[in-house]
Ligand binder design. Sequence first.
Ligand code: ADP
Length: 468
Amino acid sequence: MKRWPLTIRTRLTLWYTGVLLAILLVVSALAYSLLRWSVLHDVDQALVTTAQVVHEASEEVAAMTVIPGPEAALRELLGPEFYDKFFQLLDPEGRLRARSRLRRGGTLSLSPEARANARHGRPTFETVTLADGPPARILTLPVVRGGRVVQLVQVGMSLETAQRTLSRYLTILVVLVPLGAALAAAGGALVAGRALRPVDTMSLTARRITGEDLTRRIPLRGTGDELDRLAETLNAMLARLEDAFAEVRRFAADAAHELRTPLTALRGGVEVALRSARSPEEYRRVLESSLEEVERLTHLAEDLLLLSRFSVTVSAPRQRVELEPLVVEALDAGTQLAHRRGVAIASTALAPAAVVGDAGALRRALLNLIDNAVKYTPAGGKVEVSLGREAGRATIAVRDSGIGIAPADTERIFQPFLRLDAAREGTESGAGLGLSIARSIVLAHGGDLTVESAPGTGSTFTIRLPLA
Ligand code: ADP
């Protein structure tokens, strides 16, 4: 089932209104029951007072010689208070002695409960429905004299007025509560809309920013609030993207440039050879030098491929790799080149250590370092490779006694296609991809590759990898 997408604004408004409505309902219910309780309490108080007056009056009336009727006498005694009340006097057995005129219906009945309470001298309050009339509140009050119940006074009062008051209050609530909720919803929508408007502006700006125009930024409002911080975060992300895009462009340009040099050489050689008839030896020479260029190109293409693979993720299998044999192998491979150049190469301290990753790639990274160490070390110098452990990490260090690197260049050399002038003067400078490939591989394995160097004294490149 597809869900209807609710905007944050609608959701906030709904929540706000819902919560407010719940609060209003609870408060209204409480207010209504408090009012009801207090109205009934007042009625009961009035009944008690009336009952006492009726009782006292009944005695006075009995003493009167001219009897104007109990009701008239009471009216005289109680005044307007009496008008909405009625009473009857009963003997202890519940037989009627005197009563006022009931407005509607006949006599008040004496409930078994009231009778039982009266027997023990206790008053009883009841709510009863008189014949086809409104409900009434009745108090049965026993009069005790000398430890004996001598008379029961029953006073009643119609609850019509009280009920009318309560129902009017209920009507008011039924109108006011939804009205309050509706006003709250309108207000909530307004407030939510205002609060969220900057978000809309922000997403509109963000939508306009494309890969071609990464220089644009989301404007800050200067309030320093959550939205400003969000804008700052997005801007920082854009800045990183801009850098990354620039780097990709630079890389592509450098790569194209790097490919063009051998291609130009190749083309030049072939063109010259084709210009006139050549002897087989001459053709052979041209083909040989062409092959060299093709080899350079192949090598470059392989390097580029490797770099692109490891600058994204390690797509290679992640297996346990023992580093000791790997170092020995790389060292063997480096020995040939070292001998040719008159550089001594050896391993010092080899401790067993294992990591998880791609053995081939790691060997390649180490080979690049050994290659450089040999390449940038003059004849008579030495290269040392060591393997150890340090704080939960395996460390492979390649130390040479070569030309060294100036402090300002120690970070630059890891950029693709970067070759230092000092190295260019040397014989076998490569495409400048060796160190960036090595670093990408090591980073993809969760490790790091650093260099310490002093010009003229030599360099130490160190690979640190998390142990398996
Ligand atoms: P290259 O193919 O030129 O060797 P790298 O990426 O391997 O490219 O190295 C980049 C540059 O770093 C080299 O041109 C060189 O100037 C410098 N470099 C690398 N290793 C060493 C080293 N062991 N001693 C001195 N300079 C080095």
